[in-house]
Design a protein around this ligand. Structure first.
Ligand SMILES: NC(=O)c1ccc[n+]([C@@H]2O[C@H](COP(=O)([O-])OP(=O)(O)OC[C@H]3O[C@@H](n4cnc5c(N)ncnc54)[C@H](O)[C@@H]3O)[C@@H](O)[C@H]2O)c1
Length: 311
């Protein structure tokens, strides 16, 4: 059955992958994006694909988009994070924007809203892998504002699935150490590795779960989406060197910064049971798939939700 899916932040990394995925499935799509970190060219002019250029902070724009398009499903992927000191913009987009989207979705009786949440909502976890019932204690502008936005959605009358995500690797990934290592190593520049440990998930595994989350029978609530396996940033660096077939350069290993979390590995066991889903792509293939994409399409602007390291 053809679905009408409204994607906030549809010009971003996850949003644009979903847009392509849904388009191939024959669905009708409306994207709302202000291109803060997304790119206009990833939303091509197509008959079943419309774009509203603007911010979800603009309530009139959100209401009109819902009134005109009348979506059955909402994927809420828009988020602000690119300046860790810009608490005002993060608050506006991640809290106020989420409230506008949720209220419009309630008014239109959408069948489901899928929200994407950062693992930073857990703050500095006391248990690894982080179970879904672990207390939340975010401490950054991004983490706190995303957490508040999610809290609003979950207390609303909307049928919400909030997916707390590992680092999803796939086309157009432009945040974090992976694109940074690739670009710098290709340019012959030095790198450094933090001591942090993270979990990485291939886009194909993520898209499989999204398809299931849009089924009428899918469970609602909060879910961790991850392989459940942690790798160090140094492991990531080694995987990039191996892929580029370069001799491993000396690389300084720096302690995790004050604004970062040393270990983030989400426990997906409840998600695996609830959705009968499990990640299938291993770490090396996930990273190499990503690097093959950079080989083909390149990578320019790279964003971070962390402050610039003081050198
Ligand atoms: N990619 C991951 O691995 C990952 C991990 C954890 C959580 N998430 C969450 O998934 C979502 C998508 O992340 P992403 O990696 O695709 O990031 P992204 O930056 O590529 O996408 C976010 C999109 O939101 C848009 N946007 C920002 N502010 C907006 C506003 N006020 N109005 C309309 N659009 C706005 C940006 O222009 C961008 O296109 C975010 O909510 C993020 O918190 C992603």
């Amino acid at each position: 059955m053809i679905k009408k899916i409204l994607i906030t932040g549809g010009a971003g990394c996850l949003g644009s992958n979903l847009l392509e995925h849904f388009f191939r499935q024959g669905h009708e799509i409306l994207v709302i994006d202000n291109f803060a970190t997304g790119k206009k060219e990833v939303v091509p002019e197509q008959p079943r694909l419309s774009l509203v250029e603007g911010s979800i902070v603009d309530q009139a724009l959100v209401d009109k988009s819902f009134d005109d398009f009348k979506p059955d499903f909402v994927i809420h992927s828009a988020a602000s994070y690119k300046d860790p000191d810009n608490w005002v913009e993060d608050t506006k987009t991640n809290i106020l924007g989420s409230i506008h989207v949720a209220n419009a979705a309630i008014k239109h009786g959408v069948k489901r809203l899928i929200n994407f949440q950062t693992a930073l909502c857990y703050g500095r976890p006391s248990k690894i892998p982080i179970p879904i019932n672990h207390p939340t204690n975010p401490f950054t502008s991004y983490g706190i504002s995303k957490h508040s936005g999610e809290a609003f959605l979950l207390q609303s009358s909307l049928p919400v699935i909030s997916l707390r995500l590992a680092n999803i690797c796939g086309p157009r990934l432009a945040i974090g150490p992976l694109p940074t290592f690739y670009k710098r190593l290709k340019e012959g520049k030095n790198c450094f590795c933090s001591e942090a440990i993270r979990d990485f998930l291939d886009m194909t595994d993520f898209l499989r779960l999204i398809d299931q989350a849009l089924e009428e029978s899918a469970p609602l609530g909060i879910f961790n989406v991850s392989t459940g396996l942690g790798y160090s940033i140094y492991d990531l660096f080694c995987a990039v060197c191996e892929y580029l077939e370069i001799d491993m350069p000396e690389v300084p290993r720096l302690p995790v910064g004050d604004d970062d979390v040393s270990e983030v590995v989400l426990d997906p066991s409840e998600t695996e049971k609830a959705f009968n889903w499990k990640a299938t792509v291993n770490f090396k293939d996930t990273i190499h798939n990503q690097l093959r994409w950079y080989d083909k399409f390149g990578i320019n602007d790279i964003y971070s939700h962390l402050a610039e390291p003081k050198s």
